[in-house]
Design a protein around this ligand. Structure first.
Ligand code: NDP
Ligand code: 8X3
Length: 252
């Protein structure tokens, strides 16, 4: 088999762009997400276009047992994961602390934090056995700097930042690289999900500037994953030209 990359949240946005980028570079892929129809479609597309092997795993990262079962049921050859991209995640709502919905908070924390932990813990034994691997965690600029009404989304991404740093320290002895990728605004389905299908609010999130694309982030991730064995990029914060922090935009 070729090198294998395992991507969570490959049905859309950054994860999907990563799938295409790595397939184009001849990686075999495990693509995951909750929407099976999208996984099936992407699998066929990537296999036909790039002549690589693609396995689909449909699970909700919040469900610990489902995560472990899916990983443990992979055929042996597919467990030799070279790269894990912990990308599945979401924001739900953008409300002031006192008005925000507790269920939204639960879902964000369970997905962005617990989900990332479950997938990492499920795959790590194979990386440790192989004494190699690269874990790439998708944090956010919201995990570096809080903003008004960002509250628990920001908290979940601050947690990802801390987990990334502590993973890097603890996994040093196993020769496993850990990289944090922290994008600013990227135009994906992120805002549509955050604003629960409200297209007006979602489109407004990208008004007046040219945001990053999923492909921009995939290119950056691929760069980090393609460096010599002895090189580990620890942390990347990436914004579009017109953004310089969670508050600073140069809008037209
Ligand atoms: P999208 O909404 O386009 O993609 C999110 C992906 O996550 C989908 O494939 C979705 O798949 C998956 N996902 C969400 N919840 C779950 C779950 N419970 N179980 C399994 N998969 C899940 O958004 P992005 O591509 O923008 O987001 C990807 C990551 O990038 C997220 O972690 C996000 O926080 C982060 N990010 C995004 C930024 C942006 O501006 N867009 C900026 C900074 C960081 P499915 O629905 O099929 O399960
Ligand atoms: C997504 C970027 O600034 O909308 O993580 O929180 S932001």
């Amino acid at each position: 088999m070729n090198k294998i990359v395992f991507i969570t949240g490959a049905t859309s946005g950054i994860g999907k762009a990563c799938a295409e980028k790595f397939a184009a570079a001849n990686y075999d892929l495990v693509i995951t997400g909750r929407r099976m129809d999208r996984l099936d479609e992407l699998q066929i597309y990537l296999q036909q276009k790039y002549n690589v092997q693609v396995k689909t795993c449909c699970f909700d990262v919040q469900k610990r047992e489902a995560v472990f079962n899916s990983v443990n049921n992979l055929p042996a050859a597919w467990k030799n994961i070279d790269i894990l991209i912990n990308n599945a995640g979401l924001a739900l709502g953008k409300d002031s602390f006192e008005n925000a919905d507790l269920d939204d908070w639960d879902t964000m924390l369970h997905t962005n934090v617990d989900g990332l932990l479950y997938v990492s813990k499920a795959l790590l034994p194979f990386m440790i056995e192989n004494k190699k691997g690269h874990i790439i965690n998708i944090g956010s600029i919201a995990g570096k700097e809080v903003y008004e009404n960002g509250n628990i989304y920001c908290a979940s991404k601050f947690a990802v930042d801390a987990i990334t740093k502590s993973m890097r320290i603890d996994l040093l002895k196993h020769r496993i690289k850990v990289t944090g990728i922290n994008p600013g605004a990227v135009e994906t389905e992120f805002s549509l999900v955050r604003f629960k299908g409200d297209e007006k609010k979602s489109n407004a999130a990208y008004d007046g500037y040219v945001p990053l694309t999923g492909a921009d982030i995939a290119d950056t991730i691929f760069y980090c994953a393609s460096l010599p064995e002895h090189v580990c990029i620890n942390d990347v914060v990436i914004t579009c030209l017109q953004q310089a922090g969670t508050y600073y935009f140069n809008k037209e």
